[in-house]
Design a protein around this ligand. Structure first.
Ligand SMILES: Cc1cc2nc3c(=O)[nH]c(=O)nc-3n(C[C@H](O)[C@H](O)[C@H](O)COP(=O)(O)OP(=O)(O)OC[C@H]3O[C@@H](n4cnc5c(N)ncnc54)[C@H](O)[C@@H]3O)c2cc1C
Length: 357
C-alpha cells in the first residue's frame, strides 16, 4: 500500500475545495495527496447558493447572480436590494469539472475509491465524512428542489424569492425558495426546519407541484433536475486528533441557523492552506463562538415556537439589508448584531435563553 503526505477522505465540496486551494497555491509540488471518494462519476448533484461576502475561487462556476431578493408572508412582501453582496448560485457540475481538470495536472494527486487502498499511518488526514449521531429531537433543514423549464417566459430573473411562507406550516417551519435562472427556468425548493421524525412532511413532490400550480400559477413545465437534501442543524462529532482534522460539514462548517456552508468551507480551506506547515498544532477553524451561541438560542426559539417563525424571519429583515446579510454570513460587527437582536421579540428569546436545557 502506498504512503501519502496527505489524505482527504471524501471528494465532495470540502474535500475538493481544499485540494484545489492547496494545488493552486503550489502546496502539492513536492507532497503527495490521496483523495478517497466512492462515487464513480462526478455530475451536477446540487446548487450551492450564498451572498457573496468575499471573493472565492469559483466565480467561473457561478450559474447566476442576483442583486434583489424578496421574502413574504401570506399577507405581505418585502423587496430588498443586495447589490453590495450579490446572491450567487454555483453549479456543482461546473465546480467538480473545474477542480478535477486542475487536479489531473498534478501526478502527486491520486484518487481512490476506498480508504483501505492507502496506508494511513504516515499521513495527515482531512476528513469530510461526518459522524452523525442524530437524536430524536435534533433539528434538520430538509428540502427538495426541482429545476423547471416553463413553456412561457414567466419568471422575473432579476430577483430571487428567498423565503415564501405562504404555504402549509403543519406545526413546523416551512417555506419555498425560488431561484429564477432565466425567464423560463427556475429552481423551486420546498424547505422544512424540523426534526426528521415526521414522515408526513416529506411528500415533497406533492408540495412542489401544488406550489407551482397554485402559487406560481404555472401549468405547463418540465422538470430538468432534482435535488434532495438534509442539513443537520447541530454539529457532528468533531474531535481533534493528532493526525486528523475534520473539514466541511463534518468539521462544523454549517451555520446552524441558516444551513449555509459553502463559503465557510472556502474560508476553512484557505485557513488550512495558510497553516499547512504547522497543521498538527493549529487551533480548529470554527464559526465564531458569537454565532454559535446566538444560533443555539435561535434554534431553541424555533423548536418551541414554530408558528412564530415566519414573522420572526420577516422582522429580522427590518434591519438594514446589508447588516442582515453580514449577520447571516458570519461577517457582522457588534453594532450590526445589536441592531438585528433588537428587532427580535425579546420576551420569547429571553424565555428560551433561560429555559433549562
Ligand atoms: C442538496 C444540497 C443543497 C445544498 N445547498 C446549499 C447552498 O445552497 N448553500 C450552502 O451554503 N450550503 C448548501 N448545502 C450544504 C453544504 O454546502 C453541502 O452539503 C456541501 O456539499 C457540504 O460539503 P462537504 O464536503 O462537507 O460534504 P459533501 O459535499 O457531501 O462531501 C462528502 C463526500 O464524501 C463522500 N463519502 C461518503 N462516504 C464516504 C466514505 N465512507 N469514504 C469516503 N468518502 C465518502 C461523498 O460521496 C461526498 O462526495 C447543500 C446541501 C445539500 C445536500
Amino acid at each position: 500500500m502506498k504512503d501519502f503526505n496527505y489524505i482527504i477522505i471524501g471528494g465532495g465540496c470540502a474535500g475538493l475545495s481544499l485540494a484545489y486551494e492547496l494545488e493552486i497555491n503550489k502546496k502539492l509540488k513536492d507532497k503527495t495527496l490521496a483523495i478517497i471518494e466512492p462515487r464513480s462519476e462526478y455530475k451536477k448533484d446540487k446548487t450551492w447558493s450564498f451572498w457573496k461576502v468575499f471573493n472565492h475561487n469559483f466565480n467561473d462556476c457561478v450559474k447566476k447572480s442576483w442583486e434583489e431578493f424578496s421574502i413574504n408572508l401570506p399577507s405581505k412582501t418585502k423587496h430588498l436590494k443586495c447589490d453590495d453582496y450579490p446572491y450567487q448560485s454555483i453549479d456543482s457540475g461546473l465546480f467538480y469539472k473545474k477542480i478535477i481538470n486542475k487536479l489531473k495536472e498534478n501526478k502527486n494527486i491520486v484518487f481512490f475509491k476506498n480508504i483501505k487502498e492507502v496506508n494511513q499511518n504516515n499521513s495527515f488526514i482531512f476528513n469530510s465524512v461526518p459522524s452523525i449521531e442524530s437524536k430524536k429531537n435534533d433539528l434538520w433543514q430538509h428540502f427538495c428542489g426541482v429545476e423547471i423549464k416553463t413553456k412561457e417566459k414567466i419568471f422575473d430573473d432579476g430577483i430571487i424569492n428567498l423565503m415564501d411562507f405562504n404555504c402549509e406550516q403543519r406545526k413546523s417551519v416551512h417555506f419555498f425558495y425560488t431561484l429564477p435562472f432565466e425567464k423560463d427556468r427556475a429552481l423551486i425548493e420546498t424547505t422544512w426546519l424540523s426534526t426528521m421524525n415526521d414522515n408526513s412532511l416529506k411528500d415533497y413532490d406533492n408540495q412542489i407541484q401544488n406550489y407551482i400550480n397554485q402559487n406560481l400559477k404555472i401549468k405547463d413545465y418540465e422538470i430538468m433536475f432534482k435535488e434532495v437534501g438534509a442539513i443537520p442543524l447541530f454539529y457532528p462529532l468533531n474531535i481533534k486528533e493528532k493526525n486528523k482534522l475534520n473539514i466541511g460539514t463534518a468539521g462544523g462548517m454549517t451555520r446552524l441557523s441558516t444551513g449555509y456552508t459553502f463559503l465557510n468551507i472556502q474560508e476553512q480551506s484557505k485557513y488550512i492552506r495558510e497553516n499547512l506547515e504547522n497543521i498538527q498544532n493549529i487551533k480548529l477553524f470554527e464559526i465564531s463562538k458569537k454565532y454559535q451561541i446566538l444560533d443555539s438560542i435561535f434554534l431553541k426559539v424555533l423548536e418551541n415556537n414554530p408558528e412564530k417563525m415566519p414573522d420572526i424571519f420577516y422582522k429580522m429583515f427590518n434591519s438594514s439589508t446589508e447588516s442582515v446579510i453580514k449577520f447571516l454570513s458570519n461577517k457582522s460587527n457588534f453594532f450590526e448584531d445589536i441592531a438585528i437582536i433588537s428587532k427580535m421579540p425579546k420576551f420569547i428569546f429571553l424565555k428560551e435563553l433561560l429555559r433549562k436545557r
